[in-house]
Write a protein that binds this ligand. Structure first.
Ligand code: HEM
Length: 130
């Protein structure tokens, strides 16, 4: 199976797990003070819904869709706007991979590598707009 297909199936299992997005944000916020500061005024239930779609956009990009949505995220996360410095995406990626490991009952190293490949491509697009 191609990486994007492995990831689509794994993401389906993660989204079926009730606390997936709660656990992701718990882990991500715990990862650094800088991350916590970014979300002080955020409505977290709404943010969890936005992230559900955001991850899907990363997966669809790896399946060949044009990066239109990712370019918009690059713009909103850029310097002068949300100002998400590039190193913070490493914490995001690490937090997400650990949360996937926790929630995908079929998780193994090939699933981990597939996710890392898929997410890396999309994150590069978003970071390059900083
Ligand atoms: C590839 C990884 C990421 C994806 C897919 C993603 C996705 C999103 C989406 C869909 C939104 C809402 C729409 C928008 O504002 O454009 C958003 C908002 C936001 N993101 Fe990200 N994001 C990512 C990485 C990060 C990182 C690393 C940080 C750093 C802490 C961050 C901080 C924020 C903040 C502060 C908001 C605004 C929250 C609010 O409205 O109060 N994001 N993100």
């Amino acid at each position: 199976m191609r990486s994007d297909e492995i990831v689509m199936q794994s993401y389906g299992r993660c989204c079926a797990s009730a606390s997936f997005f709660d656990d992701f944000y718990q882990r991500f916020l715990d990862s650094s003070e800088e991350v916590r500061e970014k979300f002080v005024n955020t409505n977290m239930p709404a943010q969890k819904q936005l992230l559900r779609q955001g991850i899907l956009n990363l997966v669809l990009y790896s399946r060949g869709l044009p990066p239109t949505k990712l370019k918009a995220l690059a713009e909103s996360h850029s310097r002068g706007k949300l100002d998400v410095q590039p190193h913070l995406y490493e914490l995001w990626l690490e937090s997400l991979l650990l949360t996937i490991e926790q929630h995908d009952s079929s998780f193994d190293t090939s699933i981990k590598h597939a996710w890392a490949e898929v997410l890396r491509k999309g994150i590069d697009v978003i970071k390059s707009g900083y």
